[in-house]
Unconditional design. Structure first.
Length: 382
């Protein structure tokens, strides 16, 4: 992960900070990598264990009684999706090749597993219960500074790699990465589809499946294929029926898109029906059936980002909010995705195809011989 490394990182208040003089603590914090809704992420070295370099996400504002309880649970839940589900070799659904598409969580230091021992899903349902009063019934934090430990993912955020093609090119030293090639875009899109196929096996909905939550871990070079890594499972939930309109604060992630049209456009990965709920034009809705419909819509949006850039994609999606899929004029064939299937992905929820169908379509099309003409094919219809 790229990071702005200050002259000296202020480690005051960071959990389990290693003190060389006393040997206490565990982590030597090296740099702050970024900040999200739940916490700040740091690069660190395990000084007393064998994990080596890791990424540590530290909860923001744990002292705030209401905020800290809710988001400490969300941090615990996202780590457990990895530890108990996606990367759990003891689970019969585990697939090593596909699990590698997701950043692996290594340790959970939120204290909730120790405070409420037993089955994770039982614990999760307790705190995702509709109508839960977080201030009254939420857990009292058992640790002063909750955090989780993750594998350190290299490369750069996918949206940064995508944007490079659409920004003015300046003279550089030659060390800056090149814009993504078409072959890389194809590979990334296929891997993204496979990631959703894997989530469907576990009955999980990511709900934040967009470029800023993915990393282009490795670029294509010679015989090396590019590698995608999906990050941040913070708002992921199960596909259980009672979650569909659950207004629990730990479940209902999208309550408002923004005050202005520009702010609302930034929520372009949200399906049409979830946008209406977020804008107050319908009742609470976390996802629509079929359960894959949310993330498949987001994948369809990612295809637009890859082909026409985020700015133009958001303008197009804004037009589609009123004109429907008739306004969709982008040919996704060069990604291996049939345009007709892409239209279904961005259409009404009931018509959106499952991830397996999208993966199969891409694999079949990319297995066909490619020629120079197909690589240069226009991406706009008409």
């Amino acid at each position: 992960l790229s990071a702005r490394v200050p002259e000296k990182l202020d480690t005051e208040g960071l959990p389990d900070c290693y003190d060389q003089s006393t040997g206490s603590g565990r982590w030597r914090y090296q740099a702050r990598l970024g900040e999200g809704g739940l916490g700040c992420v740091y690069r660190a070295v395990d000084c007393t264990g064998n994990l080596g370099e890791v990424a540590i996400k530290v909860l923001k504002h744990p002292e705030r009684a209401f905020w800290g309880k809710q988001h400490c649970f969300s941090m615990h839940r996202e780590s457990q999706w990895s530890l108990q589900k996606l990367h759990n070799r003891a689970d019969g659904r585990y697939c090593e090749a596909t699990a590698k598409l997701f950043a692996r969580y290594l340790e959970d230091h939120t204290g909730l597993a120790e405070q409420f021992p037993g089955d994770f899903d039982a614990r999760r349902r307790r705190f995702e219960a509709p109508g839960l009063d977080w201030e009254k019934d939420g857990p009292t934090l058992a640790v002063a500074q909750p955090y989780v430990v993750m594998e350190l993912v290299g490369g750069e955020a996918l949206h940064v790699a995508i944007d490079r093609q659409w920004r003015p090119q300046h003279k550089t030293s030659g060390k800056d990465p090149l814009p993504m090639s078409l072959q890389e875009k194809r590979e990334v899109f296929l891997q993204a589809a496979k990631a959703l196929e894997y989530l469907a096996v576990f009955g999980l909905i990511h709900r934040d499946f967009r470029g800023c939550n993915m990393h282009l871990e490795e670029r294509q070079s010679g015989t090396t294929r590019c590698r995608l890594k999906v990050l941040d499972l913070g708002v992921m939930i199960t596909d259980e029926d009672w979650q569909q309109s659950n207004t629990n604060d730990a479940v209902q992630a999208f309550r408002k898109r923004g005050e202005t049209e520009e702010k609302r456009r930034r929520y372009d990965w949200l399906p049409w029906e979830v946008r209406l709920a977020a804008d107050g034009e319908s009742g609470p809705l976390n996802f629509e059936k079929p359960i894959h419909s949310f993330d498949i819509f987001s994948l369809g949006v990612l295809a637009l980002h890859l082909l026409i850039g985020r700015t133009e994609a958001r303008a197009l999606l804004s037009r589609m909010e009123t004109a429907g899929v008739a306004a969709l004029n982008v040919d996704t064939s060069c990604l291996g995705l049939d345009p007709a299937l892409h239209k279904l992905m961005l259409g009404p929820a009931a018509q959106r195809p499952p991830p397996h169908d999208v993966v199969k379509c891409i694999e079949v099309n990319l297995a066909k011989p490619q020629n120079d003409a197909s690589l240069a094919r226009p991406i706009r219809f008409g």
